[in-house]
Write a protein that binds this ligand. Sequence first.
Ligand code: 6PG
Length: 468
Amino acid sequence: MEQHDFGIVGLGVMGRNLLLNMADHGFSVAGLDLDTEKAAFLESEASAEQHVFGTTSAADFVKSLKKNRAIMLLVPAGKAVDAAISSLLNYLEEGDIVIDGGNSYFADTDRRVAELAAKNIHFFGMGISGGEKGARFGPSMMPGGDRQAYERLRPVFEAIAADVNGEPCVSFLGNGSAGNYVKMVHNGIEYAIMELIAESYDFMKRGLKYPDGKIQTTFEAWNHSELQSFLLEITAEVLKKKDELTGLRLINVISDRARSKGTGKWTSQNAMDLQIPVPVIDAAVIMRDLSARKEERIQASSRLIWTNSTSPVSSEEADIVLKEAFQFAMVSVYAQGFAQLRAASTTYGYELKLEDVARIWRGGCIIRAACLEDFRAAFRRDSSLSNLMLDDEIGGMLVDTQAGLRTLIKMAVDSGVPVPAYMASLGYFDAYRSPDLPTNLIQAQRDYFGAHLYERTDQEGLFHTQWG
Ligand code: 6PG
């Protein structure tokens, strides 16, 4: 039996395309799927020169791989990952490496690392971003785990990753579940930028009453400016698309109930555990949840009325304001995500280098954007930067664009169009730049009703007052 370089379990869209990407780069590959059609389809898609083997037998699959084996799982997060591991375990040997390429919850990865380490098998959590096209032609990959084991995988991953200026969008990120954690925060940022784009769309449509064509060209123009990003690029494409059934723009016949698989929620939940504020990501998760409550929103729309009394602004003024606001808010999302990564790295011992994270997010992934080059440069200037907003260049850009955001929020408030993610980014900025916050009052209240004690500004120690 031919011995292959790399194996993948789960031949869905991601698994199949990653294997073909590897085969394109001269690696011989094997795929396992319980579905006979998927296993056969993999082989039929490969060219005659490529070494591609598809099977439904776990035993044949493992036997077909070179030792120490490299096997990636691309199955849905949760129980399916544990099931895939146990289906392989009987055949695996010491020194083999199992990589989970799905969006697994990082604590599950920590558990699996420990369980497999007891059998001397290396387990890697590796976030992969880029969807179908990324998998086929170059994703961004976020591996974490055992550094030495990674060296064995490196040639394959560096060959298939997206490439930006000769640098592959993959890097060993850190210990344990670092790879899944970084991918989780990537998705939190993804949720937040998508929400900011959606709020911009809503504000242009309902607030400024722009025709669909003008909204589409606005996003296109942003994408051809310093705001260039994958999410803006696809938004401009989406807004152009005509529905084959009705001839209308497809966007206008798509339901507004958002669905999600949960990675954005995990980002917010864990940020709360770490006590790191990520309010724009929180707002994005909240808006998906609120969008699902369609019937209540319909009821409320005829009861909770606001009649706009202000006169509309000129579209020229609005265009400038909106672009500045988007730039500000987008940067603030990354600042929050990177701040969360910094805290997680300390708490979970990942030893992340944020410069590397910014570097591998420049290409291949969903949140790729021109500004990541600036963030990489900021972390290169100061690897211990606690928040991107404290970098002179990034902070200076926020100072320069804040006026646009403030005006946008005023206009949105007047028109009654919801912009909670934009508001959250301004609230975060204004709170972050306040040397004094009104939390002194909260401390006094806690002491009043619960004798929880407070600290003073002029003396060391904890104090209690008889308030009543
Ligand atoms: C990526 C995406 C990918 C997936 C999202 C969708 O980086 O390629 O993030 O992982 O499309 O997880 O997430 P929701 O279903 O939660 O929106």
